[in-house]
Design a protein around this ligand. Structure first.
Ligand SMILES: [Ca+2]
Ligand SMILES: [Ca+2]
Length: 456
């Protein structure tokens, strides 16, 4: 008797001249197969699968599966439960996992506060959700994000959610208080097997400065495609519009940016994020690709990814630079190329919006440690002769308020304000600053920086 976890995609059991192959996960594209190696050494005839006599082989298949289960139990494998429930006669599919979003309740999302929320899902499949089966509610957009302080909620020990019943997951979240755009969205998952069912309705929280966009898709200027693109100003996810495609041509969205975009990220911390609407993902081949680059064209100094797991409607796509295919030496400080393209088996409607290259470590975790060496601020114009002094504040601890103080040369404070670290502020100084020299001090946490301001 032998076991093997074959490649990435299946388990194999060989015993007494019989061989059973079971997909490693539910979502694998490999189907269940069993061969009688004594009479069929070249594995030409799958006795399960579409074999009309497959029911006659159930007993043998179950015997081999129980050997596999014994082994998985010893390994303490997370796949034990799922493998024990697979329908061996029907290719291991359909899985029977499905869910409908019923409702959620959430109070106002106040940055920095802990609030109680709930998400209700209905089991519309044929499997029963239990903790032992690794059924959970988990965060989406992006998948398994930790924005709200937790990325999943377990069922209770002994709890059972059979088909056609609802489950309300009630839990506390910590609302992020740092700048950015955050999505509150959840979906059922059978851990290590598959995401399934409808995602919860998305709620967005925008704090302070959401960060710059590679393209906010509020205009279709310079966007090219195999079809005529439209500007959609009704169904956008951000700003005043999104760019819309309809047709069956391969090139969907491509753009050469006349001004290169400095993403300020590196390969280790960067992620490409955007919203992508697809009317019918089944029309897309699995070659669906997206790429960014710094040569103003395809296949030269580019990062590329395959898109997968798209669902009908809007998808929040999050792709890590560290997972990308790479051609040449793309320069993340000068991105000037974006393309999304795909072969299609029919006509689709798609939309794209809010393309960002972000530091994923800032939007996915609270553990931000920016050194004070990176903290800077600029005041301008300086010397100042008008009414408004502009301040740009960068790199201070995003969790603390930034204390801005202006003192005269006698050390007396003439202006003081605690600002959120929103980057840019304009202060009306006309009422209280006379022609003189002042000191502007910006302080947050351990970082203190002072600069001289001249009023003319
Ligand atoms: Ca937009
Ligand atoms: Ca490419």
């Amino acid at each position: 008797m032998g076991f093997q976890r074959g490649g990435e995609s299946n388990y194999m059991v060989v015993k007494d001249g019989w061989k059973l192959v079971i997909p490693y996960t539910i979502s694998s594209t490999v189907i269940n197969a069993m061969y009688d190696l004594n009479s069929d050494p070249y594995e030409m005839n799958n006795l399960l699968g579409s074999n009309p006599d497959r029911a006659n082989h159930q007993e043998k298949a179950e015997e081999l599966r129980s050997c596999l289960l014994e082994w998985l139990a010893k390994q303490n494998s997370i796949h034990y439960y799922s493998v024990s429930k697979r329908d061996l006669l029907n290719g291991g599919k359909p899985t029977g996992n499905n869910a409908a979003f019923v409702s959620h309740s959430l109070p106002e999302l106040i940055p920095g506060e802990t609030v109680s929320v709930s998400v209700t899902m209905k089991n519309t499949g044929t499997t029963t959700w239990i903790k032992e089966g690794n059924f959970k509610l988990a965060s989406q957009s992006p998948a398994k994000n930790n924005t709200w302080g937790l990325d999943h909620i377990n069922l209770d020990e002994g709890e059972s959610i059979p088909p056609n019943t609802e489950k309300t997951f009630a839990f506390d979240i910590k609302v992020p208080d740092y700048d950015g755009t955050y999505n509150f969205q959840w979906q059922m998952i059978q851990e290590a097997e598959e995401w399934f069912g409808k995602k919860s309705e998305i709620e967005q929280l925008i704090n302070g400065d959401p960060g710059s966009y590679l393209d906010d898709c509020d205009e279709k200027t310079d966007w090219k495609s195999s079809q005529a693109l439209k500007l959609n100003t009704i169904d956008q996810k951000q700003g005043s519009g999104c760019v819309e495609y309809s047709g069956s041509g391969t090139d969907e969205y491509k753009k050469i940016f006349s001004t290169p975009h400095n993403s300020k990220v590196n390969e280790a911390n960067g992620a490409l994020r955007f919203w992508y609407y697809v009317s019918d993902p089944a029309m897309l081949s699995d070659k669906n690709q997206v790429e960014i680059g710094s040569s103003g064209k395809a296949d030269e100094n580019e990062y590329n990814w395959k898109l997968s797991g798209l669902t009908e409607g809007w998808n929040f796509v999050s792709l890590e630079i560290s997972d990308a295919g790479k051609m040449g030496s793309p320069n993340l400080s000068a991105i000037n190329w974006f393309r999304l393209y795909n072969k299609k088996s029919g006509s689709i409607l798609s939309k794209i919006d809010a393309i960002q290259i972000v530091d994923k470590t800032i939007t996915s975790t609270r553990d931000i440690n920016r050194t004070s060496a990176e903290s800077t601020f600029n005041i301008y114009p300086n010397p100042l002769s008008g009414n408004f002094l502009s301040i740009d504040i960068n790199g201070f601890d995003a969790f603390n308020k930034v204390d801005v103080r202006i003192t005269n040369l006698l050390g007396q404070t003439v202006y003081r304000n605690a600002m959120q670290n929103t980057g840019y502020s304009a202060i009306d100084v006309s009422a209280w600053l006379k022609q003189s020299v002042y000191i502007v001090t910006v302080k947050s946490g351990q970082s203190v920086i002072s600069k001289k301001l001249i009023i003319e």
